[in-house]
Ligand binder design. Structure first.
Ligand SMILES: [Zn+2]
Length: 237
């Protein structure tokens, strides 16, 4: 399990990796339940304003647990791009948004090249190697894999994430058995993928917050909710 080197803290409704934000020169945040359902554009706009970003400065996708990563230079608001689970940019102030309720948000940033990405990764996205594709796109746009910092945000951790043997089998080394059931660590699976994509192990970290049992977050597994948190990434101008 990668450590939380990013320094995630939940305060004022936002879960933010304080150490990483300083290093990256970026606003990075995941909302919690108290800020409301981020599928609603007005609610999302209010959250962005609280972070000092523009209410309509967001870009988002209709997420399908796929592997598509899009490079963006301007907001897509109020529309979402079809079938897209990850975005990358070098445009300061553009808020890349992915919605989550148990799936893992992954942030990638190269502080020197000033490029970054927000990725939505559940087990299907991890299985389809969406993180690897995001790394490749950033490298194509000037990042160096060796310099990239990767942070996995709050998600359903292995304590709460029971999966079938068919899923566990896809992630050797990231799943374990507990009381006769398989449990998957998405953070471990994603950290392995990031390392295989060329990132330094020291530059990979994961938040400890578990949406599965921490009621301050929406959890699809726990409450079958249609409501969502949002994970936000924006380079500071
Ligand atoms: Zn848990």
């Amino acid at each position: 399990m990668p450590k939380d080197k990013a320094g995630w803290v939940l305060r004022g409704g936002f879960c933010r990796p304080r150490v990483l934000e300083r290093k990256a020169g970026a606003v990075i945040a995941v909302t919690s339940r108290v800020l409301g359902d981020m599928k609603k554009n007005a609610v999302l706009g209010r959250a962005l304003k609280k972070l000092g970003l523009r209410a309509r400065g967001w870009a988002a996708g209709e997420q399908v647990h796929g592997k598509a990563v899009r490079w963006l230079a301007r907001p897509t608001a109020p529309r979402r791009i079809p079938s897209t689970d990850a975005f990358a940019t070098k445009t300061p102030g553009l808020a890349l948004c992915v919605r989550i309720a148990d799936c893992a948000p992954v942030f990638l940033v190269d502080p020197a090249a000033r490029v970054g990405a927000a990725v939505h990764a559940g087990w299907r996205g991890a299985d389809r190697k969406i993180l690897t594709r995001a790394v490749r796109l950033l490298v194509k746009r000037g990042a160096r894999a060796q310099r990239l910092l990767a942070a996995v945000g709050p998600h359903i951790q292995s304590c709460c994430y029971e999966v079938g043997p068919d899923v566990a089998r896809r992630f050797p080394g990231a799943a374990h058995r507990k009381e006769g059931a398989w449990h998957l660590s998405l953070a471990k699976a994603l950290a392995r993928e990031a390392q295989a994509a060329g990132l330094k192990p020291a530059n990979i970290s994961a938040a400890r917050y578990c949406t599965g049992h921490d009621h301050r977050f929406y959890s699809f597994r726990r409450e079958k909710t249609k409501r969502r948190q949002v994970a936000i990434f924006a380079l500071i101008s």
